[in-house]
Design a protein around this ligand. Structure first.
Ligand code: FDA
Length: 438
Protein backbone atom coordinates (compact mmCIF):
# COMPACT_ATOMS: atom_id res chain seq x y z
CA UNK A 1 0.00 0.00 0.00
CA UNK A 2 1.48 3.34 -1.03
CA UNK A 3 0.28 6.29 1.07
CA UNK A 4 1.06 9.87 0.10
CA UNK A 5 0.08 13.00 1.95
CA UNK A 6 0.22 15.94 -0.43
CA UNK A 7 0.37 19.42 1.09
CA UNK A 8 1.61 22.93 0.60
CA UNK A 9 4.83 23.58 2.60
CA UNK A 10 2.99 25.88 5.05
CA UNK A 11 -0.15 23.72 5.53
CA UNK A 12 -1.35 24.18 9.14
CA UNK A 13 -3.23 20.86 9.10
CA UNK A 14 -0.42 18.65 7.89
CA UNK A 15 0.73 17.16 11.22
CA UNK A 16 -2.78 16.45 12.44
CA UNK A 17 -3.83 15.02 9.06
CA UNK A 18 -0.85 12.66 9.12
CA UNK A 19 -1.61 11.50 12.65
CA UNK A 20 -5.29 10.85 11.84
CA UNK A 21 -4.36 8.93 8.69
CA UNK A 22 -1.79 6.82 10.58
CA UNK A 23 -4.34 5.99 13.28
CA UNK A 24 -7.15 5.18 10.84
CA UNK A 25 -4.88 2.90 8.80
CA UNK A 26 -3.56 1.20 11.95
CA UNK A 27 -7.14 0.51 13.05
CA UNK A 28 -7.65 -1.18 9.67
CA UNK A 29 -4.52 -3.28 10.27
CA UNK A 30 -2.16 -1.30 8.00
CA UNK A 31 1.04 0.41 9.09
CA UNK A 32 2.58 1.78 5.88
CA UNK A 33 5.09 4.62 5.76
CA UNK A 34 3.31 7.89 4.95
CA UNK A 35 5.19 9.78 2.27
CA UNK A 36 4.93 13.56 2.31
CA UNK A 37 4.77 15.31 -1.05
CA UNK A 38 5.07 19.09 -1.04
CA UNK A 39 3.24 21.09 -3.69
CA UNK A 40 4.22 24.70 -4.11
CA UNK A 41 3.05 25.76 -7.56
CA UNK A 42 -0.12 25.38 -9.54
CA UNK A 43 1.51 23.44 -12.41
CA UNK A 44 2.70 20.76 -9.98
CA UNK A 45 -0.77 20.80 -8.38
CA UNK A 46 -2.38 20.15 -11.76
CA UNK A 47 0.17 17.44 -12.60
CA UNK A 48 -0.49 15.64 -9.32
CA UNK A 49 -4.27 16.12 -9.31
CA UNK A 50 -4.00 18.25 -6.16
CA UNK A 51 -7.26 19.88 -5.08
CA UNK A 52 -6.04 21.73 -2.01
CA UNK A 53 -3.99 21.06 1.09
CA UNK A 54 -3.87 18.43 2.55
CA UNK A 55 -4.78 15.66 0.11
CA UNK A 56 -4.38 11.99 0.99
CA UNK A 57 -3.71 9.52 -1.80
CA UNK A 58 -3.58 5.75 -1.39
CA UNK A 59 -2.14 3.72 -4.24
CA UNK A 60 -2.24 6.82 -6.39
CA UNK A 61 -5.94 7.62 -5.84
CA UNK A 62 -7.33 10.51 -3.82
CA UNK A 63 -9.04 9.07 -0.73
CA UNK A 64 -11.81 11.68 -1.00
CA UNK A 65 -12.56 12.09 -4.70
CA UNK A 66 -13.06 15.80 -5.49
CA UNK A 67 -16.48 16.96 -6.61
CA UNK A 68 -16.98 17.64 -10.31
CA UNK A 69 -15.90 21.19 -11.01
CA UNK A 70 -13.40 21.38 -8.12
CA UNK A 71 -10.30 22.87 -9.68
CA UNK A 72 -6.66 22.54 -8.72
CA UNK A 73 -5.49 25.11 -6.17
CA UNK A 74 -2.96 25.73 -3.42
CA UNK A 75 -5.42 26.78 -0.70
CA UNK A 76 -6.81 24.83 2.24
CA UNK A 77 -9.03 21.88 1.44
CA UNK A 78 -12.09 21.42 3.64
CA UNK A 79 -13.59 18.10 4.61
CA UNK A 80 -17.03 17.29 5.96
CA UNK A 81 -16.75 15.99 9.55
CA UNK A 82 -19.02 13.33 11.17
CA UNK A 83 -20.94 16.10 13.01
CA UNK A 84 -21.62 17.92 9.72
CA UNK A 85 -19.09 20.75 10.22
CA UNK A 86 -16.20 21.49 7.86
CA UNK A 87 -12.56 21.20 8.88
CA UNK A 88 -9.12 21.02 7.28
CA UNK A 89 -8.43 17.35 8.07
CA UNK A 90 -9.95 14.18 6.63
CA UNK A 91 -11.92 12.34 9.33
CA UNK A 92 -10.43 8.96 10.30
CA UNK A 93 -13.80 7.27 9.74
CA UNK A 94 -13.81 8.46 6.10
CA UNK A 95 -10.31 7.08 5.53
CA UNK A 96 -11.16 3.75 7.17
CA UNK A 97 -14.41 3.38 5.21
CA UNK A 98 -12.72 4.15 1.89
CA UNK A 99 -9.90 1.67 2.54
CA UNK A 100 -12.44 -1.02 3.40
CA UNK A 101 -14.48 -0.16 0.31
CA UNK A 102 -11.42 -0.50 -1.92
CA UNK A 103 -10.52 -3.84 -0.37
CA UNK A 104 -14.04 -5.12 -0.99
CA UNK A 105 -13.85 -3.83 -4.55
CA UNK A 106 -10.57 -5.72 -5.09
CA UNK A 107 -12.12 -8.92 -3.69
CA UNK A 108 -15.16 -8.48 -5.97
CA UNK A 109 -12.88 -7.97 -9.00
CA UNK A 110 -11.07 -11.17 -8.10
CA UNK A 111 -14.37 -13.02 -7.81
CA UNK A 112 -15.66 -11.59 -11.10
CA UNK A 113 -12.78 -13.23 -12.99
CA UNK A 114 -14.63 -16.53 -12.82
CA UNK A 115 -16.77 -17.63 -15.73
CA UNK A 116 -19.63 -20.03 -14.94
CA UNK A 117 -18.50 -22.46 -17.65
CA UNK A 118 -15.12 -22.76 -15.97
CA UNK A 119 -16.70 -24.01 -12.75
CA UNK A 120 -15.83 -26.04 -10.77
CA UNK A 121 -12.15 -25.86 -11.77
CA UNK A 122 -12.00 -22.16 -11.05
CA UNK A 123 -13.98 -22.04 -7.87
CA UNK A 124 -11.55 -20.33 -5.61
CA UNK A 125 -11.00 -19.27 -2.07
CA UNK A 126 -11.45 -15.62 -3.07
CA UNK A 127 -14.87 -16.37 -4.54
CA UNK A 128 -16.16 -18.08 -1.39
CA UNK A 129 -14.73 -15.41 0.88
CA UNK A 130 -16.33 -12.72 -1.26
CA UNK A 131 -19.64 -14.60 -1.19
CA UNK A 132 -19.42 -15.02 2.60
CA UNK A 133 -20.09 -11.26 2.97
CA UNK A 134 -23.11 -11.19 0.66
CA UNK A 135 -26.22 -11.15 2.81
CA UNK A 136 -28.51 -11.84 -0.15
CA UNK A 137 -26.64 -15.05 -1.04
CA UNK A 138 -26.84 -16.03 2.62
CA UNK A 139 -30.57 -15.54 2.61
CA UNK A 140 -30.85 -17.60 -0.59
CA UNK A 141 -28.67 -20.41 0.75
CA UNK A 142 -30.60 -20.71 4.01
CA UNK A 143 -33.89 -20.87 2.11
CA UNK A 144 -32.89 -23.99 0.11
CA UNK A 145 -33.33 -27.40 1.74
CA UNK A 146 -30.43 -28.77 -0.35
CA UNK A 147 -27.88 -26.26 0.95
CA UNK A 148 -29.17 -26.72 4.49
CA UNK A 149 -28.43 -30.42 4.16
CA UNK A 150 -24.98 -29.74 2.71
CA UNK A 151 -24.17 -27.60 5.72
CA UNK A 152 -24.52 -30.58 8.08
CA UNK A 153 -21.03 -31.63 7.04
CA UNK A 154 -19.50 -28.74 9.05
CA UNK A 155 -22.33 -27.72 11.37
CA UNK A 156 -23.99 -30.48 13.39
CA UNK A 157 -27.26 -28.57 13.71
CA UNK A 158 -29.12 -25.38 14.43
CA UNK A 159 -30.25 -26.22 17.98
CA UNK A 160 -28.33 -26.42 21.23
CA UNK A 161 -29.54 -30.03 21.51
CA UNK A 162 -27.79 -30.89 18.22
CA UNK A 163 -24.51 -29.54 19.57
CA UNK A 164 -24.91 -31.42 22.87
CA UNK A 165 -25.44 -34.74 21.09
CA UNK A 166 -22.25 -34.11 19.09
CA UNK A 167 -20.25 -33.32 22.23
CA UNK A 168 -21.36 -36.55 23.83
CA UNK A 169 -20.08 -38.41 20.75
CA UNK A 170 -16.75 -36.58 20.95
CA UNK A 171 -16.45 -37.36 24.63
CA UNK A 172 -16.95 -41.04 23.90
CA UNK A 173 -14.15 -40.82 21.31
CA UNK A 174 -11.74 -39.25 23.83
CA UNK A 175 -11.87 -35.72 22.41
CA UNK A 176 -12.54 -32.29 23.86
CA UNK A 177 -14.40 -29.35 22.30
CA UNK A 178 -15.09 -25.69 22.11
CA UNK A 179 -18.61 -24.57 21.18
CA UNK A 180 -19.32 -21.73 18.77
CA UNK A 181 -22.83 -20.26 18.72
CA UNK A 182 -22.81 -19.24 15.06
CA UNK A 183 -23.18 -15.58 14.17
CA UNK A 184 -21.06 -12.57 13.31
CA UNK A 185 -21.27 -8.96 12.13
CA UNK A 186 -24.60 -8.28 13.84
CA UNK A 187 -26.22 -4.97 12.95
CA UNK A 188 -28.23 -4.18 16.08
CA UNK A 189 -27.72 -4.13 19.84
CA UNK A 190 -30.75 -6.40 20.24
CA UNK A 191 -29.13 -9.08 18.04
CA UNK A 192 -25.84 -8.81 19.93
CA UNK A 193 -27.59 -9.08 23.30
CA UNK A 194 -29.54 -12.12 22.12
CA UNK A 195 -26.30 -13.73 20.90
CA UNK A 196 -24.66 -13.25 24.31
CA UNK A 197 -27.78 -14.72 25.95
CA UNK A 198 -27.44 -17.81 23.76
CA UNK A 199 -23.81 -18.21 24.87
CA UNK A 200 -24.85 -17.97 28.52
CA UNK A 201 -27.56 -20.56 27.90
CA UNK A 202 -24.92 -22.79 26.27
CA UNK A 203 -22.52 -22.44 29.21
CA UNK A 204 -25.34 -23.33 31.62
CA UNK A 205 -26.35 -26.35 29.55
CA UNK A 206 -22.76 -27.61 29.44
CA UNK A 207 -22.34 -27.17 33.18
CA UNK A 208 -25.67 -28.87 33.94
CA UNK A 209 -24.72 -31.92 31.88
CA UNK A 210 -21.26 -32.12 33.41
CA UNK A 211 -19.64 -31.46 30.02
CA UNK A 212 -16.50 -29.34 29.75
CA UNK A 213 -17.55 -25.70 29.33
CA UNK A 214 -15.43 -24.09 26.62
CA UNK A 215 -16.80 -21.61 24.09
CA UNK A 216 -15.45 -19.58 21.16
CA UNK A 217 -16.90 -16.11 20.62
CA UNK A 218 -16.66 -13.56 17.81
CA UNK A 219 -16.59 -9.92 18.84
CA UNK A 220 -18.54 -8.73 15.80
CA UNK A 221 -21.35 -11.00 17.02
CA UNK A 222 -21.18 -9.16 20.34
CA UNK A 223 -21.59 -5.77 18.64
CA UNK A 224 -17.99 -4.64 18.02
CA UNK A 225 -19.01 -2.81 14.87
CA UNK A 226 -21.84 -1.02 16.69
CA UNK A 227 -20.04 0.30 19.74
CA UNK A 228 -16.89 -0.92 21.46
CA UNK A 229 -18.07 -0.33 25.04
CA UNK A 230 -21.37 -2.02 24.36
CA UNK A 231 -19.50 -4.99 22.87
CA UNK A 232 -17.17 -5.28 25.88
CA UNK A 233 -20.10 -5.11 28.31
CA UNK A 234 -21.92 -7.80 26.33
CA UNK A 235 -18.99 -10.20 26.12
CA UNK A 236 -18.23 -9.53 29.79
CA UNK A 237 -21.60 -11.06 30.64
CA UNK A 238 -20.43 -14.28 29.01
CA UNK A 239 -17.07 -14.11 30.77
CA UNK A 240 -18.75 -13.54 34.14
CA UNK A 241 -20.92 -16.62 33.64
CA UNK A 242 -17.83 -18.55 32.45
CA UNK A 243 -16.07 -17.61 35.67
CA UNK A 244 -18.96 -18.87 37.75
CA UNK A 245 -19.05 -22.27 35.98
CA UNK A 246 -15.24 -22.53 35.57
CA UNK A 247 -15.38 -22.26 31.76
CA UNK A 248 -12.85 -21.07 29.19
CA UNK A 249 -13.73 -18.37 26.65
CA UNK A 250 -11.73 -18.10 23.44
CA UNK A 251 -12.16 -14.89 21.50
CA UNK A 252 -12.01 -15.86 17.81
CA UNK A 253 -10.04 -13.68 15.44
CA UNK A 254 -11.76 -12.07 12.48
CA UNK A 255 -10.35 -10.04 9.59
CA UNK A 256 -7.28 -7.83 10.01
CA UNK A 257 -9.27 -4.64 10.60
CA UNK A 258 -10.34 -6.12 13.96
CA UNK A 259 -6.99 -7.55 15.13
CA UNK A 260 -5.80 -4.66 17.32
CA UNK A 261 -9.24 -4.06 18.84
CA UNK A 262 -9.75 -7.77 19.50
CA UNK A 263 -6.40 -8.23 21.24
CA UNK A 264 -6.98 -5.10 23.27
CA UNK A 265 -10.34 -6.47 24.47
CA UNK A 266 -8.86 -9.91 25.19
CA UNK A 267 -6.28 -8.20 27.43
CA UNK A 268 -8.99 -6.26 29.25
CA UNK A 269 -11.04 -9.40 29.88
CA UNK A 270 -8.00 -11.50 30.78
CA UNK A 271 -6.98 -8.98 33.43
CA UNK A 272 -10.23 -9.86 35.27
CA UNK A 273 -10.48 -13.54 34.45
CA UNK A 274 -7.58 -15.75 33.32
CA UNK A 275 -9.87 -18.14 31.49
CA UNK A 276 -9.95 -15.92 28.39
CA UNK A 277 -7.71 -16.59 25.41
CA UNK A 278 -6.81 -15.15 22.02
CA UNK A 279 -6.35 -16.39 18.46
CA UNK A 280 -3.38 -15.54 16.26
CA UNK A 281 -3.33 -16.01 12.49
CA UNK A 282 -0.01 -17.03 10.96
CA UNK A 283 -0.81 -15.27 7.68
CA UNK A 284 -0.63 -11.83 9.33
CA UNK A 285 2.76 -10.14 9.16
CA UNK A 286 2.29 -8.66 12.62
CA UNK A 287 1.75 -12.02 14.34
CA UNK A 288 5.34 -12.60 15.56
CA UNK A 289 5.11 -9.41 17.64
CA UNK A 290 1.65 -10.34 18.92
CA UNK A 291 2.76 -13.84 19.94
CA UNK A 292 5.79 -12.47 21.80
CA UNK A 293 3.59 -10.02 23.72
CA UNK A 294 0.84 -12.56 24.52
CA UNK A 295 3.41 -15.12 25.69
CA UNK A 296 4.95 -12.53 28.00
CA UNK A 297 1.49 -11.77 29.42
CA UNK A 298 0.65 -15.46 29.90
CA UNK A 299 -2.44 -15.25 27.67
CA UNK A 300 -3.42 -18.53 26.05
CA UNK A 301 -3.17 -18.49 22.25
CA UNK A 302 -4.83 -20.58 19.58
CA UNK A 303 -2.66 -20.52 16.48
CA UNK A 304 -4.35 -20.91 13.08
CA UNK A 305 -3.38 -19.98 9.52
CA UNK A 306 -6.23 -17.47 9.08
CA UNK A 307 -9.48 -17.77 7.18
CA UNK A 308 -10.11 -14.34 5.62
CA UNK A 309 -9.03 -12.81 2.32
CA UNK A 310 -6.40 -10.30 3.39
CA UNK A 311 -4.38 -7.83 1.31
CA UNK A 312 -0.66 -8.42 0.76
CA UNK A 313 0.14 -5.24 2.68
CA UNK A 314 -0.81 -6.97 5.95
CA UNK A 315 -0.68 -10.68 5.16
CA UNK A 316 1.55 -13.31 3.60
CA UNK A 317 -0.14 -14.52 0.45
CA UNK A 318 1.75 -17.66 -0.51
CA UNK A 319 1.29 -21.02 1.15
CA UNK A 320 5.04 -21.31 1.80
CA UNK A 321 5.16 -18.00 3.67
CA UNK A 322 2.03 -18.75 5.73
CA UNK A 323 3.33 -22.21 6.65
CA UNK A 324 6.83 -20.91 7.49
CA UNK A 325 5.27 -18.29 9.73
CA UNK A 326 3.07 -20.99 11.34
CA UNK A 327 6.14 -23.11 12.17
CA UNK A 328 8.01 -20.16 13.70
CA UNK A 329 5.04 -19.06 15.80
CA UNK A 330 4.21 -22.61 16.84
CA UNK A 331 7.75 -23.25 18.10
CA UNK A 332 7.66 -20.03 20.05
CA UNK A 333 4.30 -20.87 21.57
CA UNK A 334 5.40 -24.40 22.48
CA UNK A 335 8.54 -23.19 24.24
CA UNK A 336 7.34 -19.89 25.77
CA UNK A 337 3.53 -19.89 25.62
CA UNK A 338 0.79 -20.79 28.07
CA UNK A 339 -0.94 -23.99 26.92
CA UNK A 340 -1.17 -23.10 23.19
CA UNK A 341 -3.82 -24.57 20.91
CA UNK A 342 -2.35 -25.67 17.58
CA UNK A 343 -5.32 -25.28 15.24
CA UNK A 344 -4.55 -26.89 11.90
CA UNK A 345 -5.37 -29.95 9.78
CA UNK A 346 -2.11 -29.67 7.86
CA UNK A 347 -0.27 -33.01 8.13
CA UNK A 348 3.12 -31.44 7.60
CA UNK A 349 2.63 -28.89 10.38
CA UNK A 350 1.23 -31.51 12.74
CA UNK A 351 4.16 -33.84 12.05
CA UNK A 352 6.52 -30.93 12.65
CA UNK A 353 4.81 -30.18 15.98
CA UNK A 354 5.03 -33.82 17.06
CA UNK A 355 8.74 -33.99 16.19
CA UNK A 356 9.40 -30.66 17.93
CA UNK A 357 7.71 -31.62 21.22
CA UNK A 358 9.52 -34.96 21.19
CA UNK A 359 12.88 -33.32 20.61
CA UNK A 360 12.30 -30.66 23.30
CA UNK A 361 10.66 -33.08 25.72
CA UNK A 362 7.51 -31.00 25.96
CA UNK A 363 4.80 -32.88 27.83
CA UNK A 364 1.50 -33.42 25.90
CA UNK A 365 -0.29 -31.80 28.86
CA UNK A 366 1.29 -28.42 27.96
CA UNK A 367 -0.44 -27.88 24.61
CA UNK A 368 -3.30 -29.24 22.51
CA UNK A 369 -4.26 -29.74 18.89
CA UNK A 370 -7.47 -28.13 17.69
CA UNK A 371 -9.53 -29.01 14.63
CA UNK A 372 -12.81 -28.11 13.04
CA UNK A 373 -15.87 -30.32 13.25
CA UNK A 374 -16.21 -32.26 9.99
CA UNK A 375 -12.65 -31.69 8.77
CA UNK A 376 -10.08 -34.52 8.67
CA UNK A 377 -11.72 -36.83 11.20
CA UNK A 378 -8.97 -39.35 10.46
CA UNK A 379 -6.46 -36.91 11.95
CA UNK A 380 -8.53 -36.34 15.08
CA UNK A 381 -8.50 -40.07 15.71
CA UNK A 382 -4.83 -40.56 14.84
CA UNK A 383 -3.75 -37.87 17.32
CA UNK A 384 -5.97 -39.22 20.11
CA UNK A 385 -4.45 -42.66 19.52
CA UNK A 386 -1.01 -41.07 19.94
CA UNK A 387 -2.02 -39.74 23.37
CA UNK A 388 -2.44 -36.15 22.17
CA UNK A 389 -5.21 -33.81 23.31
CA UNK A 390 -7.59 -32.94 20.47
CA UNK A 391 -10.14 -30.18 20.83
CA UNK A 392 -12.85 -30.02 18.18
CA UNK A 393 -14.46 -26.69 17.25
CA UNK A 394 -18.21 -27.41 17.22
CA UNK A 395 -20.43 -24.68 15.75
CA UNK A 396 -24.20 -24.67 15.99
CA UNK A 397 -26.97 -22.23 15.17
CA UNK A 398 -28.94 -20.86 12.27
CA UNK A 399 -26.41 -18.19 11.24
CA UNK A 400 -24.14 -20.70 9.53
CA UNK A 401 -23.74 -19.05 6.14
CA UNK A 402 -20.44 -17.07 6.49
CA UNK A 403 -18.82 -19.86 8.54
CA UNK A 404 -19.83 -22.43 5.94
CA UNK A 405 -18.55 -20.33 3.05
CA UNK A 406 -15.16 -19.98 4.73
CA UNK A 407 -14.99 -23.77 5.05
CA UNK A 408 -15.75 -24.13 1.33
CA UNK A 409 -13.13 -21.49 0.57
CA UNK A 410 -10.49 -23.54 2.37
CA UNK A 411 -11.14 -26.47 0.06
CA UNK A 412 -13.37 -25.61 -2.93
CA UNK A 413 -13.54 -29.29 -3.94
CA UNK A 414 -15.80 -29.68 -0.89
CA UNK A 415 -18.69 -28.32 -2.94
CA UNK A 416 -18.61 -31.29 -5.28
CA UNK A 417 -17.91 -33.96 -2.67
CA UNK A 418 -20.60 -32.71 -0.29
CA UNK A 419 -23.13 -32.21 -3.06
CA UNK A 420 -22.55 -35.75 -4.34
CA UNK A 421 -22.97 -37.28 -0.91
CA UNK A 422 -26.20 -35.32 -0.26
CA UNK A 423 -27.60 -36.30 -3.66
CA UNK A 424 -26.73 -39.93 -2.99
CA UNK A 425 -28.61 -39.76 0.30
CA UNK A 426 -31.53 -38.18 -1.54
CA UNK A 427 -31.61 -41.09 -4.01
CA UNK A 428 -31.83 -43.50 -1.12
CA UNK A 429 -28.34 -44.99 -1.57
CA UNK A 430 -26.34 -45.56 1.54
CA UNK A 431 -24.99 -41.99 1.67
CA UNK A 432 -21.23 -41.96 1.64
CA UNK A 433 -19.62 -40.88 4.88
CA UNK A 434 -17.09 -38.11 4.32
CA UNK A 435 -13.72 -39.70 3.63
CA UNK A 436 -10.68 -38.97 5.72
CA UNK A 437 -9.47 -36.13 3.52
CA UNK A 438 -12.85 -34.58 2.77
P1 FDA B 1 -4.85 -25.92 5.09
O1 FDA B 1 -5.92 -25.01 4.65
O2 FDA B 1 -3.55 -25.86 4.37
O3 FDA B 1 -5.42 -27.39 5.05
C1 FDA B 1 -4.64 -28.55 5.31
C2 FDA B 1 -5.46 -29.75 4.94
O4 FDA B 1 -6.59 -29.85 5.79
C3 FDA B 1 -6.07 -29.67 3.54
O5 FDA B 1 -5.19 -30.19 2.59
C4 FDA B 1 -7.32 -30.52 3.66
O6 FDA B 1 -7.00 -31.89 3.62
C5 FDA B 1 -7.75 -30.22 5.09
N1 FDA B 1 -8.73 -29.11 5.14
C6 FDA B 1 -8.52 -27.85 5.61
N2 FDA B 1 -9.66 -27.14 5.59
C7 FDA B 1 -10.60 -27.96 5.10
C8 FDA B 1 -11.98 -27.82 4.82
N3 FDA B 1 -12.63 -26.68 5.07
N4 FDA B 1 -12.63 -28.88 4.31
C9 FDA B 1 -12.02 -30.06 4.09
N5 FDA B 1 -10.70 -30.26 4.31
C10 FDA B 1 -10.01 -29.23 4.81
N6 FDA B 1 -9.43 -18.80 11.38
C11 FDA B 1 -9.51 -17.50 11.72
O7 FDA B 1 -9.21 -16.65 10.89
N7 FDA B 1 -9.90 -17.12 12.97
C12 FDA B 1 -10.20 -18.03 13.93
O8 FDA B 1 -10.55 -17.65 15.06
C13 FDA B 1 -10.11 -19.39 13.61
N8 FDA B 1 -10.41 -20.35 14.51
C14 FDA B 1 -10.15 -21.68 14.21
C15 FDA B 1 -10.33 -22.66 15.18
C16 FDA B 1 -9.96 -23.98 14.92
C17 FDA B 1 -10.11 -25.01 15.99
C18 FDA B 1 -9.45 -24.32 13.62
C19 FDA B 1 -9.02 -25.72 13.30
C20 FDA B 1 -9.34 -23.37 12.64
C21 FDA B 1 -9.70 -22.05 12.92
N9 FDA B 1 -9.61 -21.07 11.93
C22 FDA B 1 -9.72 -19.75 12.30
C23 FDA B 1 -9.50 -21.46 10.50
C24 FDA B 1 -8.05 -21.50 10.03
O9 FDA B 1 -7.53 -20.21 10.00
C25 FDA B 1 -7.92 -22.14 8.65
O10 FDA B 1 -8.67 -21.41 7.72
C26 FDA B 1 -8.38 -23.58 8.59
O11 FDA B 1 -8.02 -24.27 9.73
C27 FDA B 1 -7.70 -24.31 7.39
O12 FDA B 1 -6.31 -24.24 7.53
P2 FDA B 1 -5.38 -25.52 7.89
O13 FDA B 1 -4.43 -25.09 8.94
O14 FDA B 1 -6.19 -26.68 8.23
O15 FDA B 1 -4.48 -25.72 6.61
Amino acid sequence: MRVELLATPDCPHLEQAEEIARQALANNGHSPAIERVYVSDIDTAAGLGFHGSPTLRIDGRDIVPPLAGDGFHLGCRLYRQPDGSLDGVIPGTVIAAEVERREEEAAAREAAKFHPRALPAKLSRAFFLWASHRRFLGWLATAFPLTRRMVRRFVPGERLEDAMATLEGLQAAGMRWTVDVLGESVSSEAMATAAADRYIETLDALAQRGLEANVSVKLTQMGLAIDRDFCVANVRRIVDRARSVGAFVRIDMEDHTKTSKTLEIVRELHADYQGVGAVIQSYLRRSADDVAALNAEGIRVRLCKGAYDEPASVAFRTREEVDRSYVELMERLLTEGNYPGLATHDDRLIDHALAFVREHEIDPGRYEFQMLYGVRRDLHERLVALGQTVRVYVPYGSQWYPYYMRRLGERPQNVISILLSVLQEGRGTSGRQPGPCD
